[in-house]
Design a protein around this ligand. Structure first.
Ligand SMILES: Nc1ncnc2c1ncn2[C@@H]1O[C@H](COP(=O)(O)OP(=O)(O)O)[C@@H](O)[C@H]1O
Ligand SMILES: [Mg+2]
Length: 439
């Protein structure tokens, strides 16, 4: 028979037996190891177990998490060269037809890992096709061609958050949540629901959990200083291990400024927006907060006609500068991808400059121009710098090299070329400054 792709998963609590299992697999004449990699759950492990096993059999997900662990687990993709099928004994006390070698190896490894189903393995092609896709986001055909790029656990993060938001949210006062948006760059999922009778948005993150708490703290400070132009943060929750968090914020009902600009903004509206932007700027200055991501997508129109600034996740307190640990560990994200002030150089931010740019998009009424010139006058005092340190610089240089390579491989006509080039120039433009007398 033709070779078949299969997989084993050593859930966290089976990892102590990893060496022994890998040695045994390498010694199998009919097994070729295709790929071995560590994966981590996104969101709540119990809900991910449920999403993974649920369709196959009803599962006590909390018990499964206790027995198998919720930490990083090992995925081993193998090719069985001469598969044979025969009847094997299933848990529901029926015989079924299974891949004999996979069945026997799975049984052996489960014993080595202390039983308790800490090892998962596939025993039919149907099962391996499904599991490969859920665990890696790539189809079996893609795997048959080689190890695909961008392997990523494909159990939807929203499945992981559903139970957390329902349980913990209810304790806080949240009800009736439904998915609003999924898988934005660093956040897992957004829900909308009701919080003590008010419309609310819930932002969930397992990548930058600290920054979610940060959003609650700093947005609360800004809301207190300027209620019309910052939606009220209502509640926040962080898991005991600090790895997951969500923040509940009053929902702003209207469109973003980006959408408003596409529809056409009237002069009277523009005058009102200019006043809102000045109010926001004053509050930022008075509270010593730097938003760092002020652009038209993050300004939403409220029912009261005011523009409101959202997305305070990566805002910082100018007095005690602190980054989210994930953000700090990802210089490429912090300095090159995220932020609206790239033209100022890496690690230089200025909200006033960003607001001047936003004012430039509005109809140029007298009030808009006056606001822009006021902010431009004050902007020089509002600059904040946190330039990359030694290791981050090295990593950014390596990233620049990889960007150069991607540009060369793809060529100018590729749809991503302009983005790659922009990122490349952002880094290269700052290198000269690093090499300067203070660099
Ligand atoms: N308070 C809110 N009211 C209404 N919509 C919101 C609110 N907060 C977020 N959203 C919606 O979710 C999107 C993403 O939220 P945001 O906080 O900007 O996160 P991100 O960092 O992913 O951009 C927003 O662009 C907006 O469409
Ligand atoms: Mg945003």
């Amino acid at each position: 028979m033709a070779a078949e792709l299969h997989l084993f998963v050593l859930w966290e609590k089976a990892r102590f037996a990893e060496r022994r299992i890998m040695d045994d697999l390498r010694a199998q004449a009919d097994i070729e190891i295709v790929d071995v990699r560590e994966l981590a759950f996104r969101g709540d492990p119990a809900a991910s177990y449920k999403a993974f096993y649920g369709p196959k059999k009803p599962l006590d997900a909390a018990l499964k998490t206790r027995k198998c662990g919720g930490g990083p687990f090992l995925l081993i993709v193998v090719r069985n060269l001469n598969p044979t099928y025969g009847s094997r004994w299933a848990r529901d006390e029926k015989y079924y037809i299974a891949n004999e070698l996979m069945y026997d190896l799975k049984k052996r490894y489960r014993e080595w890992a202390g039983r308790k189903h800490r090892v998962h393995g596939t025993t039919s092609v149907k099962e391996s096709v499904r599991d490969l896709f859920l665990l890696t986001g790539h189809t079996a055909e893609e795997w048959a061609r080689g190890v695909p790029d961008g392997v990523r656990l494909n159990i939807p993060a929203k499945a992981g958050w559903r139970t957390v938001v329902d349980d913990k949210g209810a304790e806080l006062g949240l009800a009736g949540c439904r998915v609003l948006q999924e898988d934005r760059y660093i956040n897992d999922v957004f829900f909308e629901g009701r919080f003590k009778g008010r419309d609310a948005v819930v932002k969930c993150s397992s990548t930058c959990a600290w920054s979610v708490g940060n959003e609650f703290r700093l947005a609360s400070r800004l809301h207190a200083a300027a209620p019309p132009v910052v939606p009220e943060p209502l509640a926040v929750w962080t898991s005991d291990d600090g790895r997951r968090a969500f923040v509940v914020t009053e929902k702003v009902s209207g469109p973003s400024l980006t959408e408003l600009l596409a529809q056409g903004v009237t002069d009277a509206q523009a005058d009102g927006f200019a006043a809102d932007i000045l109010m926001l700027a004053k509050a930022l200055k008075d509270t010593c907060v730097l938003h760092r991501d002020l652009f038209a997508d993050n300004l939403l129109l409220g029912q009261d006609g005011h523009l409101k600034a959202i997305d305070w996740q990566l805002a910082i307190d100018r007095n005690d500068y602190r980054e989210d640990p994930w953000v700090a560990a990802h210089p490429k994200f912090l300095y090159v991808v995220f932020g609206v002030n790239r033209d100022l150089g890496l690690g230089v931010w200025n909200d006033f400059r960003a607001l001047v740019k936003i004012l430039g998009l509005l109809p140029q009424t007298e009030a808009v121009r006056a606001a822009a010139s006021r902010l431009a006058d004050e902007a020089p005092q509002m600059t904040f710098e946190a330039r990359p340190g030694g290791l981050a610089r090295l990593r950014l240089r390596l990233y620049a090299v990889s960007l150069r390579l991607q540009m060369a491989l793809r060529g100018r006509k590729h749809r991503k070329y302009a983005q790659l080039e922009r990122r490349y120039r952002t880094i290269v433009g700052s290198v000269a400054e690093w090499e300067g007398p203070n660099g």
